[in-house]
Design a protein around this ligand. Structure first.
Ligand SMILES: C[S@@+](CC[C@H](N)C(=O)[O-])C[C@H]1O[C@@H](n2cnc3c(N)ncnc32)[C@H](O)[C@@H]1O
Length: 196
């Protein structure tokens, strides 16, 4: 998984932007909804925030307040550092966060929770709650025919193929699982928030 994301880093934003291998995807309303979620995140009270599994910083840049990004992939972090020269980035494991208890006011995570199997999700929730009282989870909303849980075969530009676990949630199901409230439920995205 780490190797997959290291190799994917230079082409990762293509997925958000509908470029490269994703140029042919039909995603009506994607850009407008993404802008809506970015505005929602940007309007949160500005507090010290840890962005877990921040990737290239594509979403990190919308988070208000002092932000620290964490990711296991050095290639992802390198791109995020270039994108956000004033933020701090840490190489580390989301399931064993390298921070003392209550180091942050908020944990945000986008498109990470949905790649965890249940025991890992529970571990991540415990870690997030340990380091901050507030958690925001941003992920995919399932389409009408999408299986909620699946292994996908992902292909990179170099032709390499990687098995990736994906668990998508209806907004209320995700809110129940994290014991939180739905902040956004659109065609493409779901955002939930929980506070201790
Ligand atoms: C689908 S990407 C999401 C990136 C970013 N949050 C976004 O929304 O664009 C998943 C990210 O999770 C990171 N990741 C996967 N497992 C991790 C772990 N155990 N600890 C830290 N980062 C991890 C990957 O390196 C990758 O950058």
């Amino acid at each position: 998984m780490k190797e997959y994301y290291d190799r994917r880093a230079p082409e990762y934003d293509d997925w958000w932007l509908g470029r490269g291998l994703f140029a042919g995807r039909e995603r009506p309303g994607w850009e407008a909804e993404l802008a809506e979620v970015a505005a929602l995140l940007g309007a949160l009270p500005p507090v010290r925030t840890l962005d877990v599994a921040c990737g290239t910083g594509f979403i990190t840049r919308h988070l208000p307040g002092q932000v620290v990004g964490l990711d296991q992939s050095a290639s992802m972090i390198a791109i995020a550092r270039e994108r956000l020269p004033h933020a701090d980035f840490v190489l580390g494991d989301a399931l064993a966060l390298p921070f003392p208890d209550d180091s942050f006011a908020r944990v945000h995570t986008s498109y990470f929770y949905c790649h965890l199997e249940e025991p890992q999700r529970l571990r991540f929730l415990a870690e997030a709650r340990r380091v901050a009282p507030e958690l925001i989870v941003f992920g995919s909303r399932p389409g009408p025919d999408d299986p909620l849980e699946r292994w996908e075969e992902r292909v990179l530009r170099d032709g390499s193929r990687w098995p990736v676990f994906k668990r998508v949630f209806e907004p209320e199901t995700l809110a129940r699982e994290v014991d939180g409230e739905v902040l956004h439920a659109g065609r493409w995205f779901v955002v939930v928030r929980t506070e201790a």
